[in-house]
Write a protein that binds this ligand. Structure first.
Ligand code: ZN
Ligand code: ZN
Length: 422
């Protein structure tokens, strides 16, 4: 009896509910909204997040958190040690904006312009990374006030250039990992979220396993033999060969890929060839993208493309080579970690507000952290109640409702406390 009682007390003692931090979480909401609006109004492009980084760093310092700046160019990393030793959890927020001119009529609308690839462009937080930044700043404030409840260490990772660094530069999660963000102290697990403009506020969605796709880029060079347009028999037509290659690539998807396991996409996005109507040109170039959610499928698909492209060209008397480069890995939610952490999401949002989403064929560079340590990346609702028209991410009308941010703070805080107490 004594033993049972002691055990019960122990369990109660180690289970911390974000509700216990209710006051601290509620107190931070208006600040999170204020930070979000400020960051929204002052967006900065990938690898140029100088002022955003300054704001984050000074906030973390004001909380007494140990801060590293200049990580992967403009990244900020905060380390908060709890009062008791334990595991290390990484929490990530991306901080960059996009070359999009905002069309919303908001009091905190962005009117910022900047140079991008030699052109003057409007800049906007058109993917909602302003909300991610503000949410994580809020989580840092709540947790720093509750160090006595933290068994272990929390690493706050504010990541630049999720949308991709400018051409010729390195950046994003990949560079952060390369610079050792997951080491010293070594991160045991990592959590991240993405706000979504078409998911209702106060709801969370997740998917175990492949959640967001890997993005690969391919370039195919087809070589034919130039001739007069009226005498095709005197040459080899690279345009015709290109059409056979495109056809072949689509049969890899429709006839060879087990689409009931996971989605997969091959799209040719650009074809360049020829100069005028009566010349069959010498060559053609095809550029496209491959999206996969499973590493075995990706390997199989890549191998078949490497085999098929030169073979098709050869069959029609020409030559072709193909180069595939990976720009983003698969955002793969560790199965064990996901099943352990779903109850924390449910505690934060209410069980009825947490559901599984379909695979997303878009990509997210959070995947590079997940290549190294188990991670969970989930979707947070950002669509205002009663909204009928909701614009997708990366568009000038993209909008996120502030009232959805509090759940982000709650969920990240709950995941952190629960994981460190497991
Ligand atoms: Zn985006
Ligand atoms: Zn994004």
């Amino acid at each position: 009896m004594k033993k049972i009682l002691a055990l019960t007390l122990l369990t109660i003692g180690t289970s911390i509910h974000a509700q216990d931090l209710g006051k601290d979480i509620a107190a931070v909401e208006s600040k999170v909204v204020e930070w979000r609006r400020d960051i929204h109004q002052n967006p900065e492009l990938s690898n140029r997040e100088f002022k955003t980084a300054e704001k984050i760093a000074s906030h973390l310092k004001s909380l007494g958190i140990e801060v590293q700046t200049g990580v992967a160019h403009t990244g900020v990393v905060g380390i908060l040690k709890g009062n008791k030793p334990g595991k290390v959890v990484g929490l990530r927020a991306d901080i960059d904006a996009l070359p999009v001119a905002e069309r919303n009529d908001l009091p905190f609308k962005s009117n910022v312009t900047s140079e991008f690839l030699g052109k003057e462009v409007g800049v906007m937080h058109a993917c909602g990374h302003d909300t991610h930044t503000a949410i994580l700043m809020g989580v840092a404030e709540v947790l720093s006030k509750n160090k006595d409840k933290i068994k272990g260490t929390v690493k706050f990772i504010f990541q630049p250039a999720e949308e991709g660094p400018p051409p010729g530069e390195e950046g994003g999660a990949k560079l952060m990992v390369k610079e050792g963000v997951l080491t010293n102290p070594d991160v045991d697990a990592i959590f991240g979220l993405h706000i979504n403009s078409q998911t209702p506020i106060n709801t969370i969605k997740y998917k175990p396993g492949g959640a967001l796709a890997s993005a690969q880029r391919f370039v195919i060079n087809v070589k034919g033999k130039q001739t007069h347009g009226s005498q095709p028999w005197a040459g080899v037509d690279p345009i015709l060969i290109s059409s056979k290659i495109i056809d072949g690539l689509q049969t890899i998807i429709s006839r060879e890929t087990e689409l009931t396991n996971e989605a997969a996409v091959i799209s040719v996005g650009k074809i360049t060839s020829g100069v005028r109507f009566n010349i069959i040109p010498e060559s053609a170039e095809l550029i496209g993208t491959i999206r996969t959610l499973d590493y075995d499928m990706q390997k199989k698909l890549n191998n078949r493309m490497l085999e098929m492209v030169p073979a098709i060209a050869k069959a029609y008397g020409g030559d072709a080579d193909i180069e595939i480069t990976t720009s983003t890995a698969i955002t793969f939610n560790d199965l064990d970690l996901t099943s352990k952490m779903v109850p924390s999401l449910e505690k934060a949002a209410g069980k009825e507000n947490v559901s599984i989403h379909k695979a997303v064929t878009g990509a997210e560079d959070f995947s590079y952290f997940q290549e190294k340590v188990p991670g969970l990346f989930f979707i947070l609702g950002g669509m205002a109640p009663g909204t009928t028209e909701s614009f997708p991410h990366h568009t000038p009308d993209f909008k996120i409702d502030d009232s959805g941010l509090l759940l982000g703070v709650k969920a990240m805080t709950q995941l952190t406390l629960d994981y460190l107490n497991m």
